[in-house]
Design a protein around this ligand. Structure first.
Ligand code: GCW
Length: 656
């Protein structure tokens, strides 16, 4: 199997062997420009390794890759794939489309050169497919180099400065392009002092990163602080309607574009968890976003304005405040007020990247706003890359979910699909080698939100482990395929969420956040558990949905089991649609979850002869930790609920 290359970096889903079919052929490339050069470089490399060659016009190629103005209807990133009379053709109207077409050929392998194939048009569902890095330039005293990062340090920054490892950044860009990602935000949304200056006097460091990313069609974005005019410009205010503030941003943006001509735009976390924002000046979030949008508009830039606005200092005794309501309450009334180049970036659920949440109602409530969906590839709440938790099925559920009849989420997020990156300077990129599957799956789903995630998983397996014997492919599929469901089983039950250790969020602590200011409660007592978010007797959150969901979520009788405790406080004896009581469900799923981890570990151990030793060992070691931690979750959660409810496990298993 593949092993880290000379630079010590794992080839992930682009091992040389994945280029065999391409590298055996005669390829003709028509087109010019830097991205066409990138394509040519890829083909030349593959040919150098496998014996094929690049041919000139006039020869008879096996593969024709061409940029042709005539290619309409594919958009700037789309391409047409066809196979006819022994020649495979990829035609694109833009070099970016050609790049994606090249990787399509790589994915197909030999099948790209087999038989005949009618013209197929491929194009991404959304124009922006972005990774947000929560990377700090300085090491933050609490959050470290990468906030919520579980893959080592940052690829871009170390100890206060740009790392300048251009080759590695280019290798990263190449991996991203191969799964369809076209935008990267290079610094944390929590913008601290050093990071604030990336916007101004340190823009050159960003420009160097942008240069490498650009060679694979990726645009660079920057997180900025709303208070920049004060902290960088020395102005007395950051009020978005103040003329001097607006002029300051205009100047700053002009200089950014002077350094990075294709700069993508800003990502902004404002009035969120203590970050500055327009509320301080009595202005709305539309006022704030539109000011930045106006500064970016002349250059074609976009502001990604995050909707993660809630009261993080609430009183746990106050039952009228419901954090789940916050994004909708703040933003839905602003629908129609955001500029055309302002995108509202919304987390997939109303809380915070839990293993199970309903889809955020904001995604269905703002038809006149460009929305982006934000998911978390970094596994803050899903095992922190020590646990195997392949998130493809979760993201796919969100993207296919119909908040309204007319369209699913994947169709309504016109502003893009974004993931918080799970990548760092780890030799396997993602800490847990199998967490690479999350990154790959994210890119492919962002390109095609209605794709079957399990097929994407198999695609990832085939590319990452080329020529894998069936036993390896089947084993990997088994280990990863159901891992999200397994994780859900042994952690917080039935959508109630959290129950994690405060601060770092790893491992169980059932009451860890129960009496905290963060708004993340489960309200367990001796009689029952869950949060009443109904309109009739609860916080009213259920009414933020359009029908039929407002009605479905409103009563325990119609609410889906997996979300029951998100929406309702029910007695432990409440019978689920599954026929089990809530308490028995808690016991059963927690025992099953641990058994499933043990089984996955056993499957992994059986693959030792087929996986490179370093990779196998790294995964095995993390599996041991996952099993230990899953047991801890099982025993703490089960014991907690036995003690609260006094109702024993009907199967008499050990609960403490
Ligand atoms: O999930 C929470 C994290 C914070 C993060 C915040 C956000 C970057 O615990 O670390 O801050 O979300 O999304 O802004």
């Amino acid at each position: 199997m593949s092993r880290p290359d000379a630079a010590g970096v794992d080839p992930a889903w682009l091992p040389p062997e994945a280029f065999r079919a391409l590298g055996l052929r005669r390829t003709l490339i028509r087109g010019a420009g830097p991205l066409v050069d990138t394509v040519r470089g890829e083909v030349a490399n593959a040919c150098g390794r496998f014996g094929g060659r690049l041919v000139e016009d006039g020869g008879s190629p096996d593969l024709l890759l061409e940029v042709a103005d005539s290619q309409r209807g594919t958009g700037s990133e789309g391409f047409v794939f066809a196979r006819d009379g022994g020649t495979t053709t990829v035609t694109a109207s833009d070099a970016r489309g050609l790049l994606y077409g090249l990787f399509h050929v790589v994915r197909l392998g030999e099948a790209a050169f087999d038989g005949e194939s009618p013209r197929e048009t491929h194009r991404p569902a959304t124009a922006l497919r972005m990774l947000d890095h929560w990377d700090n330039v300085d090491v933050h005293p609490v959050m470290g180099q990468v906030e919520r990062g579980y893959a080592g340090g940052s690829l871009f920054w170390r100890d206060g400065r740009a790392r300048g490892e251009r080759e590695r950044i280019r290798a990263y860009a190449r991996l991203l392009a191969a799964c369809g990602i076209n935008a990267v935000c290079v610094n944390n949304v929590n913008v601290h002092d050093a990071e604030a200056r990336l916007l101004t006097d340190r823009i050159g460091e960003v420009a160097e990163i942008a240069e490498e990313l650009r060679s694979y069609g990726i645009r660079t974005h920057l997180s900025v602080t709303f208070a920049a005019p004060i902290v960088l410009g020395g102005l007395p205010t950051a009020d978005p309607v103040d003329a001097a503030v607006r002029a300051w941003w205009e100047r700053a943006v002009r200089e950014v574009y002077a350094a990075i001509g294709d700069f993508g735009g800003f990502v902004v976390k404002a009035d969120s968890e203590g970050r500055p924002g327009p509320f301080a000046y009595g202005r709305s979030h539309a006022d704030g976003a539109n000011m930045l949008a106006a500064a970016l508009a002349p250059y074609g830039g976009t502001v990604h304005w995050r909707a993660f606005v809630y009261d993080h200092r609430q009183d746990w005794r106050d039952r009228t405040t419901d954090r789940a309501r916050a994004a909708y309450d703040h933003f839905a009334p602003l629908d129609g007020e955001f500029a055309g180049n302002a995108v509202l970036q919304v987390k997939h659920g109303p809380m915070d990247f839990q293993v199970r949440e309903p889809v955020s109602p904001v995604l269905g409530a703002m038809p006149r706003t460009r929305l982006a969906l934000e998911v978390q590839a970094t596994q803050e709440y899903t095992g922190q890359q020590r646990h195997v938790c392949w998130l493809g099925p979760m993201w796919s559920e969100v993207l296919r979910f119909r908040l309204q009849e007319e369209a699913c989420v994947g169709e309504t997020v016109r502003g893009g699909i974004v993931a918080v990156s799970n990548v760092g300077d780890d030799p396997f990129w993602t800490g847990h080698p199998l967490a690479q599957a999350n990154l790959y799956t994210f890119g492919r789903l962002a390109w095609r939100p209605d794709a079957d995630p399990l097929r994407i998983l198999d695609e990832w397996i085939a590319l990452t482990f080329p020529a894998a014997p069936e036993r390896l492919a089947a084993g990997l599929h088994r280990v990863l395929g159901g891992s999200w469901a397994t994780y859900e089983k042994y952690t917080a039950p039935l959508g109630v969420g959290f129950m994690v250790q405060p601060g770092h969020h790893y491992g169980p602590s059932v009451d860890g956040y129960e009496y905290s200011p963060w708004g993340t409660y489960h309200f367990a007592d001796r009689d029952g558990v869950g949060v009443d978010r109904s309109a009739a007797t609860g916080t009213g959150f259920a009414a933020q949905y359009a029908k039929p969901w407002s009605e479905i979520y409103e009563t325990p009788g119609t609410c889906p089991d997996e979300l029951l405790l998100f929406f309702h406080h029910v007695p432990y004896g409440h019978v689920l649609h599954s026929g089990k009581t809530v308490i028995q469900h808690i016991y059963d799923t927690h025992f099953e979850g641990v058994e499933e981890v043990a089984e996955a570990l056993w499957v992994w151990e059986g693959l030792a002869d087929l996986v490179a030793p370093a990779r196998h060992a790294r995964v095995a070691e993390r599996f041991e930790e996952q099993l230990r931690c899953a047991r801890e979750w099982r025993d703490q959660v089960n014991s907690y609920f036995l003690r609260k409810s006094g109702i024993g496990d009907e199967r008499g298993r050990a609960v403490y």
